[in-house]
Design a protein around this ligand. Structure first.
Ligand code: 0WK
Ligand code: BGC
Ligand code: BGC
Length: 924
């Protein structure tokens, strides 16, 4: 183990003077030795106290408690997933800090096949003392030189190399490759590094060295490398424990418990940094005068108190301080001391490990003490062995108490009565010290009896593990690139959205003039929004959305009362014959009338028919084409009011007075207009999507008259059917369109509405799976099933309150087994698809409100938009994204979005009521 210098202790020569301050010299030697040994005895109660207090500090730190500052730091490491075992490739690993005054460079080849392993090549470099205490740049330049020297010996040519940086000091990580040093420990004290991003410092040094192109992909704490280097097949190690020059542990914590992460999904590896644990209440009673002396003479006074009782850098020193004390008291070595005994760092871990090793025997102890310039008597050797054992036993017990705290935390997280867990161990105290592990195991069994712990020595000090993290980081980075590449076409720029807005304006103008346009701009013969004077009972039908509804709408002074009944339209009816469909509709009406005791009454009926109809009157609508999965025969080109009346006619004893047919956008506008007269736009974003608005009659070429207004059903679902949106269309949109029953049609709708978003996501997930980015490249039957990924899943997955496990549950129901990275990527795909939909919808609304503003030559327009549709109403972010896009693209319009409470059935009844009122006025 390291020389005195690297012990992190200040240089001091100790004068062979009287016994140490505060310690009486008792009468006989063994009593004094016993007295010293006693000091290192830690009781079960004290260990439990330390375990409990450390657990409290861990929980305080996880919660982000600032004051009092928790005794441990609990640093997130951005390592969220355990290796697949499929990681492969060649990686360079640079280890700095784990083993004190040396750094190690490794070349690790991961075979990517479980259990297949190539022995890493490595080289160790001793770090000169002045480099450990000098300027930071010097240290990183030293590291970069060692890297080159190591690579010079290997046939690497000028290939780009990926490097994993094992940096064993407390760091704030803000990414797998971004880490700021909090404070040096273990004898390092370079200037200009604390508070800096050590990855950048290494990158700069490698740059300055300029010999190899090395990409520093990941930085990890040595405990993480140890945990990740766990022999495959042993079952994932979820704790990494290092006792080398310093000591520390990491473990997999639930991300939702880590306040700083603000992530409620998956697990994340936390570096506990228990070396800084210093709760006086718990540690005070076990701290000896020797611990205080050691700390007092250390480079970092008062810091890393717990580490200074366990770390290999300090065990030798503690033994030395005890031996020096006992020698001065004349109890050992005949009261003779030697320069080595009085010199800090004179006794190293190796010495202690050997001297304590029962197999070493007294002869070996003698030899070591003689090497230290001492002339031991027979009894001295035995005493020295006891003292070594006492110091190391305490270290192992304290380490066990800390580990037991971590195990209790895991047990708490897993809500398991008994916890079965594998702990990866690393560090030369484990390798060199004969009994450290067994004492640790024994004490853990005492302190955490319900935990079944298997200790797995890490194969090569964590090098393999660091390469694993680097491979995972490289894989995640590569997957992230592929994910970004795949999602980039969904990320629309302001310019692209403004272009959609302008194109829509152009298509609107052409449509209104009756010129060729993908926007039909259909007059609806609704000339005014309700003025509140409407009265009466009306029947209303609402066909075309998720549900078919029959409604009784009572419009009275006190407002509007609605009684409604939802009926299903089976796919076979929606795609059967027209006669069958309209007979089914009449069946529902009759059923509703019977239920409401309206049989035989012929109430005025308003028919919300949410499909493109060329209206030639309020009660005449020629169906232009079906959309949204409807495809009943013999309807397109027909007047659907006639089809309904014929169906009524086929049904004996039913009389219905069909007064108006309205589109659901119109019904929604009217319904909201009843409350807010500014409501002059109707918007549907549900199964399908569409909008209507009040246009100046003079601008509607197909309708006579040039004063007043006419509500125009834009049928914007068909926008882009002329190819004008092809620059935005992705291959996934094309797949969805080709698989639809109306390929080439409703292109705008197929990028926005609920019937299609789930399918766009499914096709995108299939593509990412084929790239190996998702689900380990495993294509599942589930994911290949059409319409299996419902659009409502997007709303659920994107909801802020949903933890990752629920996202996982949705996907596992689809037969997908996935990692948290997968689930996070599925979330990003959903976000990209729904965001594009909302922005396109926003660009459409911006085009409409700007048209109204310009129609009226207003500087600024205040207008409300009545909205309905499941996607708009249920998706957690859709509505706010639409509003934000409208604010961006139509800054001179103050737009209020009114969510329709009663659906468009009420609107249809109001249109009917207006028609009846106007009809009465013309009769009078
Ligand atoms: C409810 C309206 C109905 C419209 C539907 C659209 O009453 O007219 O068609 O919203 O939303 P969807 O049910 O398709 O999600
Ligand atoms: C450092 C830890 C490291 C441990 C073991 C401690 O001094 O603060 O980051 O994991 O030593 O090397
Ligand atoms: C139809 C429109 C309807 C919209 C919303 C579209 O598929 O063509 O008429 O307004 O869906 O339901």
């Amino acid at each position: 183990m390291d020389s005195i210098g690297s012990l992190g202790l200040q240089q001091q020569e100790e004068a062979p003077s009287c016994p140490q301050e505060g310690l009486p010299c008792p009468s006989n030697s063994s009593e004094l030795v016993q007295e010293c040994l006693q000091q290192f005895k830690v009781t079960g109660a004290q260990l439990r106290q330390i375990q409990t207090s450390l657990l409290d500090s861990m929980e305080q730190a996880l919660k982000g408690q600032a004051s009092p500052a928790p005794a441990v730091q609990m640093l997130p490491t951005y390592v969220g997933s355990i290796p697949h075992g499929t990681e492969q490739g060649d990686f360079v690993v640079l280890e700095l800090g784990a083993t004190g005054a040396s750094l190690r460079v490794l070349w690790v080849t991961l075979m990517g096949i479980e259990g297949h392993k190539m022995e890493p090549r490595s080289q160790e470099f001793v770090i000169p003392q002045e480099v450990m205490l000098g300027p930071g740049q010097q240290l990183f330049d030293f590291a970069a030189r060692c890297l080159s020297e190591f690579l010079d010996a290997l046939p690497v040519g000028n290939q780009g190399l990926q490097l994993g940086f094992s940096f064993s000091f407390p760091c704030h990580q803000t990414g797998l490759d971004k880490s700021t040093l909090i404070s040096w420990t273990k004898g390092f004290r370079c200037s200009g590094v604390e508070g800096q991003d050590v990855v950048q410092l290494l990158r700069d040094a490698i740059q300055r060295q300029g010999t190899y192109s090395i990409d520093v992909v990941a930085v990890v704490n040595d405990t993480v490398g140890t945990m990740m280097g766990c022999e495959p097949g042993v079952g994932p190690c979820e704790v990494g424990l290092v006792v080398d020059t310093g000591t520390n542990a990491c473990y997999m914590e639930e991300a939702r418990h880590v306040a700083v992460l603000d992530e409620d999904r998956g697990r994340v590896c936390i570096s506990v940094e228990w070396g800084s644990f210093s709760d006086d209440g718990a540690l005070g009673p076990v701290l000896t005068i020797f611990d205080r002396t050691l700390d007092h003479e250390s480079l970092n006074l008062g810091a890393q108190r717990f580490e200074k009782m366990i770390g290999g850098l300090y065990l030798g020193e503690l033994v030395r301080l005890v031996l020096a004390h006992l020698a001065r008291c004349g109890v050992l070595f005949g009261g003779y001391t030697s320069p080595a005994l009085l010199r800090q760092g004179g006794i190293l871990l190796e010495h202690v490990a050997e001297m304590e090793d029962p197999s070493a025997g007294a002869a070996r102890v003698h030899a070591i003490l003689q090497d230290l310039g001492l002339n031991p008597r027979a009894s001295d050797a035995e005493f020295v062995q006891h003292i070594c054992a006492a110091v190391c036993t305490r270290a192992a017990q304290l380490c066990a108490a800390a580990l037991a705290a971590v195990l209790s935390r895991l047990q708490h997280n897993r809500e398991q009565k008994t916890l079965q867990i594998a702990v990866a161990t690393g560090g030369r105290v484990f390798e060199r010290h004969p009994r450290f592990l067994s004492i640790l195991q024994e004490t853990v069994r005492l302190l955490a009896p319900e935990c079944d712990v298997s200790f797995i020595p890490s194969v090569d000090g964590g090098g393999q593990g660091v390469a694993m993290v680097t491979a995972v980081a490289a894989r995640l980075a590569a997957h992230r690139c592929l994910l970004e590449e795949t999602l980039a076409p969904f990320r629309l720029t302001r310019e692209q959205l403004a272009a959609v807005q302008a194109q829509m304006r152009e298509a609107m103008a052409k449509g209104l003039q009756g010129e060729a346009s993908s926007l039909r701009m259909l007059p609806t013969y609704v000339r005014a929004t309700p003025d509140g004077s409407e009265r009466g009972d009306f029947l209303a039908l609402d066909l075309g959305g998720t549900n078919f509804r029959v409604l009784l709408v009572r419009v009275a002074t006190g407002g509007v009362q609605i009684t409604s009944q939802v009926y299903s339209i089976p796919e076979c009816v929606a795609q059967g014959s027209g006669q069958q469909l309209f007979d089914h509709i009449v069946d529902c009406i009759v059923d509703f009338q019977q239920q409401q005791g309206l049989s035989g009454q012929s109430l005025p009926l308003g028919f919300t028919f949410s499909f493109p109809c060329r209206q030639v009157g309020l009660d005449q609508g020629i169906l232009l084409n079906w959309t949204k999965g409807f495809n009943a025969s013999d309807c397109e080109g027909q007047d659907v009011v006639c089809l309904l009346r014929e169906a009524i006619g086929r049904r004996q004893a039913v009389e219905l007075n069909v007064v108006a047919i309205v589109n659901d956008t119109v019904g929604t506008m009217m319904s909201c207009g009843y409350e807010d007269p500014h409501c002059e736009v109707g918007l549907i974003v549900g199964t399908g999507t569409n909008a209507c608005y009040m246009e100046e009659l003079q601008n509607v070429a197909s309708v006579a008259g040039d004063s007043g207004h006419m509500c125009i059903n834009m049928e914007w679902g068909a926008f882009g059917d002329d190819g004008s949106l092809s620059m935005l269309s992705t291959c996934f949109d094309a797949s969805v369109d080709q698989a639809s029953i109306n390929p080439g049609k409703q292109r705008f709708e197929k990028m926005i509405s609920g019937m299609y978003l789930g399918e766009i996501v499914r096709h995108t997930l299939l593509h990412l799976t084929s790239l190996g980015v998702l689900f380990r490249g495993q294509q599942t039957q589930g994911l290949q099933t059409r319409d299996i990924f419902k659009t409502k899943f997007l709303s659920e997955i994107e909801s802020d309150s949903l933890a990752l496990r629920q996202v996982r549950a949705i996907l596992e129901d689809l037969g997908l087994s996935l990692t948290s990275d997968d689930a996070l990527m599925v979330l990003e795909v959903c976000q990209a698809v729904s965001q594009r939909a909302a922005q396109l919808c926003g660009a459409g609304v911006a085009a409409v409100v700007e048209k109204i503003r310009e129609n009226r030559g207003l500087e600024e327009l205040t207008v409300s938009v009545g909205v309905d549709g499941t996607l708009y109403k249920l998706h957690p972010h859709f509505s706010s994204l639409v509003a934000a896009t409208v604010r961006e693209l139509a800054p001179r319009c103050v737009v209020t979005f009114l969510q329709s409470e009663d659906g468009s059935g009420k609107g249809a009844a109001l249109v009917t009521a207006v028609a009846c009122r106007l009809a009465q006025m013309t009769c009078v």
